[in-house]
Design a protein around this ligand. Structure first.
Ligand code: M6R
Length: 629
């Protein structure tokens, strides 16, 4: 789970590498480094900590890199060995330098063999060893590409590497085998390689996503592709991406996270337009596509996901069960893959992953495919592994999300599963029934529901622009609660997944202990934690569960907790019970309330993180795409 960039061509390489690494920092940022050719010799500059440390190392050595037109760079998320300068990439072995993303599972064996043959690895990493394998192969007379290929055959595990050698200056050789890699022709002559398309987009929109088992060779002349096992030349075709560079800059916001929270309305519109065929007049007019057939014919659905994507999947369960009356399971991919899970005949397994690269989610998709089940993917990244490996794919159109905390990718995932739920409700002619326990609540028709969904982006924008005072209230609560010992987020029904997500966001970016709980579960243990030093964020919008959640509020209030209530603008009773009151605009259908609540909990964690002074976009110990299990 690291970021890799490689460049060869006419442009100044260091500039491209540093800019590219900046765009990939979301993948890991506990150390970084670059290697480049200067007057035919390889130079390496690396440092623990953020990329700025490497930039500082480059200051004052302009004579060294002024003529550098070929190099590789890396930003790391430590797996094997601490995040130190010594363990930072690139790693050098004689005339070879390498950067690596992923895991070499048999590294201990390889290390022992290399040491027995007289090599002296200097780092604690698995990565460094690959350089020695390439060095040995070249010493035996192999050219760089062959040496990379034959050395790669010794590795077990999923990873990607990019390699250069002083013996063949001006050549960058990459391998994709598990961890993602993209490549592009530089229109000015030359080639760029990277872990994803973001470092490339500034130079060209035509990007080639490597397949597993591809070798790519970049030279001043451009790119060539070969099969890793046989060495046979391959044809690879580029895709034109519509992500623009301004979408990957901060655009005037202090943090990417805040920008991405504010981009949610546009991201929702784009996602809706991407999934629906709006020319059709029926409600939930899902565009005809293979994924729609898989959904329609599924007897049962099992979602597999991790983290925030798992929360969106949980909402998917609630919505699909309510609207379509199809059984839905939601599984943590990391648990599912190591159990002996039973799937019903005709079950559809849906992998949800904004990055499309989460190792555990991908492992489940591969495994159930082997067992003969149909798989569907929902991801934000075109060309990602999930998009290639699932039987069919749906995309959210959130655009690039740089902040490590998932925000717009979460709400767009929510929208996608809600649209599926409506589509399936219509396909299965499911009756619109009143929610359990509220026989008098009149459900709106699918037509009306769809019309209300279309209004959501505008309503979220209104919340974020703050005329109703939601953000002001969030800010004030954050200010007064900044020193509180810990938080519970509680909710029932559709609010429960948002309670989980609110707590995750707070832990992730503000490093404050927080737990998301089904409000009805508090009294089964966690209420023992409640005292005047705890805050409880109560998600009690105007829905079928409101009164029950308010009873739970009373229980924690009686034990001294500070109450942050998020509920209907006119809910005076709830307001009176709370210490901090966050008003939520009403919705015609309760199933849409999670979107607005999400904006509130996202902003609460953002404001608390600001007050705590944490690195909002790059929280400690995390990386955006978790390509290790
Ligand atoms: O790329 P994925 O959606 O598969 O990522 C899964 C989790 O790592 C991710 O959702 C994580 O929990 C979020 N970054 C939290 O904000």
């Amino acid at each position: 789970m690291c970021g890799i960039v490689g460049y060869v061509g006419k442009r100044p390489a260091i500039d491209i590498l540093l800019k590219g690494l900046k765009r990939l920092e979301y993948r890991g940022y506990d150390s970084a480094g670059v290697a480049f050719f200067s007057r035919g010799k390889l130079e390496v500059r690396k440092s623990q900590g953020k990329l700025e440390n490497v930039e500082r190392l480059m200051d004052g050595s302009s004579e060294l890199f002024a003529d550098a037109h070929c190099g590789i760079g890396h930003t790391r998320w430590a797996t094997h060995g601490k995040p130190t300068t010594q363990n930072a990439h690139p790693h050098r072995a004689g005339h070879v330098v390498i950067v690596h993303n992923g895991i070499i599972e048999n590294y201990q064996e390889i290390k022992a063999e290399l040491i027995s043959r007289g090599h002296k690895p200097e780092s604690e990493t698995d990565s460094e060893l690959f350089g020695f394998l390439v060095l040995e192969a070249m010493e035996k007379g192999q050219d760089l590409v062959t040496a990379v290929r034959t050395s790669f055959a010794h590795l077990e595990g999923a990873c990607s590497v990019v390699v250069m050698s002083e013996r063949e200056p001006g050549k960058v050789v990459g391998v994709r085998n598990g961890s993602p890699m993209a490549a592009a022709f530089d229109p000015q002559g030359g080639a760029i390689l990277a872990s994803d398309a973001q470092p490339i987009l500034e130079y060209t929109k035509e990007v080639i996503f490597l397949e597993n088992g591809d070798v790519v060779v970049g030279t001043e002349k451009g790119l060539a592709f070969f099969d890793l096992k046989t060495g046979a030349p391959l044809d690879r075709v580029g895709e034109i991406l519509d992500w623009s560079v301004d979408k990957i800059d901060k655009g005037g916001f202090p943090h990417f996270m805040l920008k991405e929270i504010h981009e949610q309305p546009a991201a929702l519109v784009d996602t809706l337009n991407g999934i629906m065929d709006r020319v059709k007049t029926n409600p939930f007019p899902l565009a005809a596509q293979p994924g729609a057939d898989l959904l329609r014919t599924a007897k049962e659905i099992t979602f597999v996901a991790c983290g925030t994507s798992w929360h969106a999947a949980l909402l998917g369960k609630y919505w699909i069960e309510r609207f379509a009356r199809i059984p839905v399971n939601v599984e943590l991919a990391s648990e599912f893959r190591y159990r002996d899970p039973v799937l019903a005949p005709g079950a559809l397994v849906i992998g949800m992953s904004q990055s499309g690269e989460t190792a555990d989610t991908l492992a489940v998709i591969r495994d159930v495919k082997k067992r003969g089940f149909k798989t569907l993917g929902l991801t934000n990244v075109r060309g990602s592994t999930l998009s290639r490996e699932a039987d069919a794919i749906f995309y959210t159109s959130a655009g690039p999300e740089i902040g490590v905390a998932a925000t717009k990718t979460f709400t767009t995932q929510m929208l996608a599963v809600l649209l599926w739920a409506g589509y399936l409700g219509i396909e299965h002619k499911a009756p619109r029934t009143s929610p359990a326990g509220t026989p008098n609540a009149k459900p709106i028709s699918f037509e009306e529901l769809f019309h209300e969904i279309v209004k959501l982006p505008h309503q979220i924008k209104e919340c974020l622009d703050d005329p109703q005072g939601m953000i002001t209230a969030v800010r004030s609560a954050a200010k007064q609660l900044q020193n509180i010992k810990g938080f519970f987020f509680i909710g029932r029904g559709f609010s429960y997944p948002i309670a989980l997500e609110g707590a995750l966001k707070l832990k992730e970016i503000a490093y404050v202990h927080a737990e998301g709980y089904a409000a009805g579960e508090l009294k089964h243990g966690p209420i023992a934690m409640i005292d005047q030093d705890m805050a409880v964020v109560v998600l009690a919008p105007q829905d079928s569960w409101r009164d029950k959640t308010v009873s739970n509020l009373e229980e924690v209030k009686a034990r001294g907790a500070k109450i942050v209530a998020i509920g209907g603008t006119h809910d005076q009773n709830l307001k009176n019970l709370s210490d901090f009151w966050i008003p939520l605009p009403a919705q015609k259908d309760e199933s849409l309330l999670p979107f607005l609540m999400t904006a509130a909990v996202q902003m609460l964690s953002y404001e608390l993180a600001l007050l705590k002074g944490t690195d909002v976009d790059k929280p400690r110990n995390l990386a955006k795409s978790v390509t290790v299990e």
